[in-house]
Design a protein around this ligand. Structure first.
Ligand code: ADE
Ligand code: ZN
Length: 335
C-alpha cells in the first residue's frame, strides 16, 4: 500500500505555501535576512509545533512567515515545496498564498507573487509539474482590506487562478466577504473558501450560497446537516480534506474517527491534502498513508480519491484528461 500511494499520480488541492516552511529553511532565511527568531535552534522551533486549536497554530504560522522578505525567499520556499511534490508523484498542485500576511509587513505584492510564480515556472520546466495559484483573503481582517488586496493583485491577474478565504473561521463568516468575492469573480478569479473546519454547517451554507464557491476547503462540519450534504452533492462540489491537519488542530481526536470514509459513502467527492505540511507532521503522501491505515481504505478508495484530485482541480479538460488517463493506467497495472 505504501508504494502504491508513493507512485500514485496525484494532485494537491489544499496547500498553503506559508505552511510548507520547514524549520531548517526558516532558520536559513531568517539568518540571511538578519532576523532573530524567538527559538534557539531548529529542534526548539520544531518542538513549538504543538497546537490545541486552529488559533494556536495560526499564531505560530504568521510568526514564521515574518522572515520572508525578498523575492528569492518566496522562490526558495515554493521551489522547496515543489521538489517535495516531484518526490511524491504530485503532478499538479493548486497553491494558496496569503498576500496580506506579507503586505501588512511592508513587503510588496509584486515581491510575493513574482517569487512564488517563478518557482512554479521552474518546476514546470524541471519536473513537468503544473501549478495554479490561489490568492487567499485573511478572514480575521476586514472586507475593506481584502478589497485592497484585490486591487493590488490586478496587475498580476494572469498569474492567479482563484481566490480563497482562510485564517480564523469562528466569528468571521463567509457573509463578511460577500462583496469582495463578487468583485473578484467579476475580475475572472474562481471563488474557493475554507468552510466548516472550525465553523459549523451554517458557514458552509453561506460559502456555497453567498460566495458561490466551486470547491470547499475542509468542509468537515457539513456532516452536521443532512440537507447541506444533499445540496453539496447536487452542486457537485468537492471537499479538500486534510487528515493530519484535522488531527493536529483537534478537529478530530483520533484519525480512526475521521469522517472521510463516511463522506465517500454518502456520495461526497473528497480529496486528500496536506494543508500546512511543515506544521502538521506530513506531506501529502503521509496524509494518504495515515488515513488509509486509520480507516482501512482499499486501493479502489485511494484510486477514487486521486481521481477526484484531478477531476475537481481547476485544470482545463485536456490536461485533466491526460492526468486521468495516466492515473487509470497506473491503477490498472497496480491494483
Ligand atoms: N491558514 C493556513 N492553514 C489554515 C487552516 N487549516 N485553516 C484556516 N486558515 C489556515
Ligand atoms: Zn487550509
Amino acid at each position: 500500500m505504501k508504494s502504491f500511494i508513493q507512485n500514485l499520480p496525484k494532485s494537491e488541492l489544499h496547500l498553503h505555501i506559508e505552511g510548507t516552511f520547514e524549520p531548517e529553511l526558516m532558520f536559513k532565511i531568517a539568518q540571511r535576512n538578519q532576523i532573530k527568531l524567538p527559538y534557539s535552534s531548529v529542534e526548539e522551533l520544531a518542538k513549538a509545533y504543538q497546537f490545541s486549536c486552529l488559533q494556536d497554530f495560526l499564531d505560530i504560522y504568521y510568526q514564521g512567515a515574518g522572515v520572508l522578505i525578498h523575492e528569492q525567499d518566496f522562490y526558495d520556499l515554493t521551489y522547496s515545496y515543489l521538489t517535495k511534490c516531484q518526490e511524491q508523484n504530485v503532478r499538479h498542485t493548486e497553491i494558496m498564498f496569503d498576500p496580506q500576511t506579507h503586505t501588512d509587513r511592508g513587503i510588496s505584492f509584486e515581491t510575493v507573487i513574482n517569487g512564488i510564480s517563478r518557482a512554479t515556472e521552474d518546476a514546470k520546466k524541471n519536473f513537468g509539474i503544473t501549478s495554479f495559484l490561489i490568492m487567499s483573503y485573511l478572514r480575521h481582517l476586514s472586507e475593506e482590506e481584502a478589497f485592497k488586496t484585490l486591487t493590488d493583485s490586478l496587475p498580476f491577474k494572469h498569474k492567479i487562478k482563484a481566490i480563497g478565504l482562510d485564517s480564523s473561521e469562528k466569528g468571521n463568516p463567509p457573509s463578511k466577504f460577500q462583496n469582495v468575492f463578487k468583485a473578484s469573480v467579476l475580475e475572472g478569479y474562481i471563488p474557493l473558501a475554507h468552510a466548516g473546519e472550525d465553523g459549523n454547517a451554517d458557514y458552509v451554507w453561506e460559502a456555497i450560497d453567498l460566495l458561490g464557491i466551486k470547491r470547499i476547503d475542509h468542509g468537515n462540519n457539513s456532516l452536521q446537516d443532512e440537507q447541506l450534504v444533499t445540496e453539496i452533492i447536487k452542486r457537485n462540489l468537492a471537499l479538500t480534506i486534510c487528515p493530519l491537519s484535522n488531527l493536529a488542530l483537534k478537529v478530530v481526536d483520533d484519525l480512526k474517527d475521521h469522517p472521510l470514509k463516511k463522506m465517500m459513502d454518502l456520495g461526497l467527492k473528497v480529496t486528500v491534502n496536506s494543508d500546512d505540511p511543515a506544521y502538521f507532521g506530513g506531506q501529502v503522501n503521509k496524509n494518504y498513508e495515515a488515513i488509509q491505515e486509520a480507516l482501512n481504505l482499499t486501493k479502489e478508495d485511494i484510486y477514487q480519491i486521486a481521481k477526484n484530485s484531478f477531476e475537481y482541480s481547476l485544470l482545463e479538460p485536456e490536461t485533466k484528461n491526460k492526468y486521468l488517463q495516466e492515473l487509470a493506467a497506473y491503477f490498472k497495472s497496480n491494483a
